[in-house]
Design a protein around this ligand. Structure first.
Ligand SMILES: *Cc1c(COP(=O)(O)O)cnc(C)c1O
Length: 480
């Protein structure tokens, strides 16, 4: 077979055998799929040798670019020891070392101290725990993707109250426009109609708090005159139904998949205060925001918030391997302690829990955060991005621009004065993405919101290139 024939054969096999996620397969099979065969730094290459800038960090996971030597080496080295062993009834070396590192970095970060995970194994000791939601995150439960990290958190929170002898806390509070993953529990606490409504009859009961979506405020108010009406809306639910609620779950600072919706200053802190006031556990889903995306190691740092449970995944291995953790406080963990016969065990676990290869990659990643001073290096890139966003806001069909660090969204509207959105079926976001793809930039929109989410290690030059192409594509599609 010639190379061309081989490539066409691959495309044929893709159409024949793969069912792609979040994809209308009728459309997909009518087009030619882009098949990726290689990556280098912030670029990915297809089988025809065309390079694309990876503007979505390979779906929000990549941090240091592709083929990062230190992560490659860590995985290869681990491969020479063992690829996988279980945490059910056994432990393994990388899982242990990573758990310690994660607890240290979470505790340091969420206490407002300098983020520095460069400790030798076991030294210095973790600072003493402060209970009651303050710095007490210390028990690491492994799983392998963001949705399972959320499932684990929900089940932990639910059982916590049972074990404390408190009945009736059978539901959760989540937000409109929330996205926490695609498994049924995660969908139950989701609030994006297009993804979630179809499964309505299968979902468990949740209360939905207003989304802190200033551009399309549910109360028709303006920040700061609104005095955070969305928070008052949440408090009303706590007041009326708090006794039924096991936990609140929230994406801190930015509702990502819901459309890059950033919350106004003070909102997240206010949510923490409400949870404390009404004695509701606070679960933060930092699956998207964790590991530097928002400019700090964790989004909660921006408002000095310490949750009761934190979910981490996407960037944890630098975008190399599927891995997730749910980290709980000592208070929650200890509620599960008891005699074997008490059945207080946390009955949950996955086949690939604590996979050694993935944990080795994650350790290499944390080393890189220290070595390459990633967080410090972000400041200038965020400035570039914010300057560009201000510029793009002047375009005829840009309704709103939003960002939390290096995660950004441009909301395109049909009519800027009335904020009338483009009809979803017009696929405006996709049309912009296809334009950009023709110019060597791969992005993936969320409806009418153009998402900008490059690897954190992107060079200033490549970032400028990414932004230039995206702006051209928006202009070409909306002002044609
Ligand atoms: C992506 C995402 C998830 C789900 O993670 P998967 O690994 O895709 O299951 C959960 N929560 C948030 C905030 C996410 O962005």
């Amino acid at each position: 077979m010639s190379i061309l024939e081989e490539n066409e054969h691959l495309e044929e096999l893709d159409r024949k055998y793969i069912w792609h996620p979040f994809t209308q397969m009728k459309e997909w099979t009518e087009e030619t799929p882009v098949v990726i065969s290689e990556g280098r730094e912030c670029f990915i290459k297809d089988i025809y040798g065309r390079w694309y800038l990876d503007g979505v960090s390979s779906l929000w996971v990549n941090i240091f670019g592709h083929r990062k030597k230190e992560i490659d080496d860590a995985i290869k080295k681990q491969l020479d020891s063992i690829a996988h062993s279980t945490l059910l009834g056994l432990s393994n070396v990388p899982a242990i070392k990573l758990a310690e590192r994660l607890v240290q970095i979470v505790q340091m970060s969420l206490r407002g101290q300098k983020t520095n995970s460069a400790f030798l194994f076991g030294n210095p000791p973790i600072p003493p725990l402060v209970k009651g939601g303050k710095g007490g995150l210390c028990k690491v439960f492994y799983s392998d993707n963001g949705s399972t990290a959320v499932e684990v958190a929900l089940k932990m929170a639910f059982q916590y109250w049972r074990h404390k002898g408190i009945e009736g806390r059978n539901c959760f509070l989540s937000l409109n426009n929330a996205y926490h993953g695609d498994t049924i529990g995660a969908v139950s606490v989701g609030g994006v109609d297009i993804f979630h409504k179809a499964f309505g009859p299968l979902l468990f009961k949740t209360y939905k708090a207003p989304s802190p979506y200033c551009y399309r405020c549910e109360f028709d108010k303006k920040y700061p005159d609104c005095k955070l009406a969305c928070l008052s809306g949440m408090e009303e639910i706590f007041k009326a139904y708090g006794y039924e609620i096991a936990a609140l779950i929230i994406e801190p600072l930015i509702q990502a998949a819901g459309g890059m919706i950033t919350s106004p200053p003070g909102y997240l802190k206010g949510v923490r205060e409400l949870c404390t006031k009404y004695n509701i556990l606070m679960i933060v889903d930092e699956v998207a925001t964790g590991f530097g995306r928002t400019g700090k190691m964790f989004a909660c740092e921006h408002e000095g918030v310490v949750p009761d449970i934190i979910c981490l995944s996407k960037g944890i291995t630098g975008g190399y391997m599927p891995l997730a953790v749910t980290i709980a406080t000592e208070e929650i963990y200890s509620a599960f302690l008891g005699e074997f016969k008490d059945l207080k065990t946390f009955f949950h676990g996955h086949s690939y829990t604590g996979n050694p290869l993935a944990c080795a990659a994650a350790i290499a990643c944390l080393d890189l955060f220290d070595k390459e001073k990633v967080l410090e290096g972000l400041k200038f890139k965020i400035e570039i991005l914010e300057t560009w966003l201000k510029d793009v806001l002047n375009l005829r069909h840009t309704g709103d621009v939003r960002n939390a660090g290096l995660m950004a969204g441009v909301e395109m509207v049909k009519d800027k004065n009335t904020k009338e959105p483009y009809d979803w079926a017009e696929k405006m976001g996709w049309r912009v993405a296809y334009q950009a793809q023709d110019k060597g930039v791969f992005i993936r929109p969320l409806g009418n919101v153009i998402v900008i989410m490059p690897p954190l290690a992107i060079s200033d030059q490549n970032l400028n290139q990414l932004l230039r192409v995206i702006k051209e594509a928006i202009v070409a599609v909306t002002e044609e």
